[in-house]
Design a protein around this ligand. Structure first.
Ligand code: SF4
Length: 480
């Protein structure tokens, strides 16, 4: 069979904007890409901070190189813009500043869309296999006719890898992003592909990320991966780090829905960095795809009891929700408090439907996490009943999704932690409980410093949040 899709792996050892611009321009020419119309560049800016989160995002030099290449290759341009929604409820404009994007978009006269400030519009999904009949996306995405996807090459504790397909989670604002961000995360990623398809993809794989998505361990991969089909690009990305594409569930789902191939034989792999050479380099590339009960084990002061989960397709574990958020939260806490696993007070984390006694150690506190969690037993001589309020996708109306506003969440956590003082356990609602909420409750119950109140984050984050709310009000209520 003749391959229909072409993916290029190019060598690029450093973040040199001139070199990146030349490579991306050559890639566009080889793939026959001519940007035009309303061109939108979508980087991965899930979180950014030069000291605290230096490897989580598509680097500014990469963005600059791509902007230059796009300008050189484009015809009949209506607009060139950069758009993104950062994760864990942090205002996107704060991440743009931390990533160093602001001077680049200014210098190149490119427009910026912070998706948390724009209108969110419904898009009808006609795919019979889609989880939902409609999905909300920012208006600039619905209007765009030439999407350029600029993911960061990273391992991912929920999904194994985040490449082109997974980067679409950053299209949605918090209110809609957390809908189905649970056992259906992989289905949600496949659904998002129905909204729009990228016309060009360039992955920042110069410094790749291992294990975590927010606090990855850097890996000097020295590559740029380019293509015009997300499934093809992700398939090659899988092989670059020894992952079977069939195990990247959102890729398997997207491919089954007709978005592209997931077999290497259907893809022509070009460029100047042979796949075999990449694979030799990535022999020890690290992932963190472990259940939390195994991952945290019994060596530290956090131990996990994991029960059964409500959906039949993954009843033994919820890969897309609370457990992964706990892992990300603990990695953030480790970045702020060395040896946090031993310095925090004893905490038992309980998730899913759990039967039988918890056998708590003296003084050990309990976090019951998530809407699906159920347990009945005795703590401190009293009967405690934790009931499930889990609702499947059919019972969750995406148009009425809760706000997930940062200040509301932190305020609620503050009040609940204060009222809960003296009690051994707390049940945190949410499906999922977000990474930020995990950080807050772990810090509060574990009696360790809360990174959300770190001086490097608190004031600038709050200032960006206030500006974001003002702009959101103008854009969404008054229009513009
Ligand atoms: S509550 Fe958490 S663990 Fe339970 S299904 Fe939802 S996301 Fe998964």
């Amino acid at each position: 069979m003749r391959p229909h899709h072409k993916v290029l792996i190019r060598r690029c050892p450093q973040y040199d904007p001139d070199r990146i611009a030349a490579i991306v321009r050559e890639g566009m020419q080889e793939l026959g890409v001519r940007p035009q119309g309303r061109i939108l560049l979508k980087p991965n800016l899930v979180i950014a901070h030069p000291e605290i989160f230096p490897h989580a995002f598509t680097r500014k030099e990469f963005l600059e190189g791509v902007i230059r290449a796009v300008k050189a290759q484009a015809t009949a341009v209506d607009e060139i813009a950069v758009g993104e929604r950062s994760g864990i409820t942090i205002a996107t404009r704060y991440s743009f500043r931390n990533a160093g994007y602001a001077p680049i978009v200014r210098t190149h006269g490119v427009k910026t869309y912070f998706f948390d400030e724009t209108r969110q519009v419904p898009v009808r999904l006609t795919d019979p296999h889609a989880l939902r009949r409609r999905i909300f996306v920012p208006e600039p995405i619905a209007r765009c006719n030439f999407l350029i996807n600029l993911p960061k090459f990273k391992a991912h504790p929920w999904c194994r890898l985040t490449l082109s397909l997974k980067n679409f989670i950053g299209l949605q604002d918090d209110r809609h992003r957390l809908v189905d961000h649970n056992q259906f995360l992989e289905h949600k990623i496949a659904d998002l592909q129905s909204v729009i398809q990228p016309r060009f993809i360039a992955i920042d794989a110069i410094t790749a990320g291992q294990k975590m998505m927010l606090t990855p361990t850097p890996f000097d991969l020295g590559a740029i991966v380019m293509g015009t089909n997300s499934c093809a690009v992700d398939t090659v990305g899988c092989h670059m780090v020894h992952v079977d594409p069939a195990k990247l569930l959102h890729l398997a789902l997207a491919s089954a829905r007709g978005f592209g191939p997931m077999r290497l034989e259907e893809i022509e792999v070009g460029g100047d960095f042979p796949l075999a050479e990449v694979q030799a380099k990535t022999r020890n590339f690290q992932f963190c795809l472990e259940r939390i009960d195994d991952y945290f084990g019994t060596a530290g002061n956090l131990t996990c009891t994991v029960g059964r989960f409500p959906e039949a397709h993954s009843a033994d574990y919820c890969w897309g929700g609370c457990p992964g958020a706990l892992q990300e939260a603990m990695h953030i806490l480790r970045g702020f408090t060395p040896d946090v696993d031993r310095r925090m007070a004893n905490i038992r984390y309980v998730v899913g439907a759990v039967e039988g006694p918890l056998d708590l150690a003296p003084g050990e506190k309990v976090i019951f996490a998530g809407r699906c969690t159920r347990w009945q037993g005795r703590i401190d001589g009293r009967t405690v009943t934790i009931g499930s309020s889990y609702r499947g996708p059919d019972a969750v109306d995406e148009a009425r999704a809760p706000s997930n506003d940062m200040l509301l969440k932190v305020g609620e956590a503050l009040v609940r932690s204060t009222l809960n003082k003296g009690r051994r356990w707390i049940h945190i609602q949410g499906c999922p409980v977000s990474v930020a909420e995990h950080v807050f409750y772990l810090a509060s119950l574990g009696k360790i410093a809360n990174p959300l109140f770190d001086h490097r984050l608190l004031v600038p984050n709050l200032a960006a949040y206030t500006t974001m709310r003002t702009h959101r009000f103008i854009h969404r209520c008054i229009g513009g």
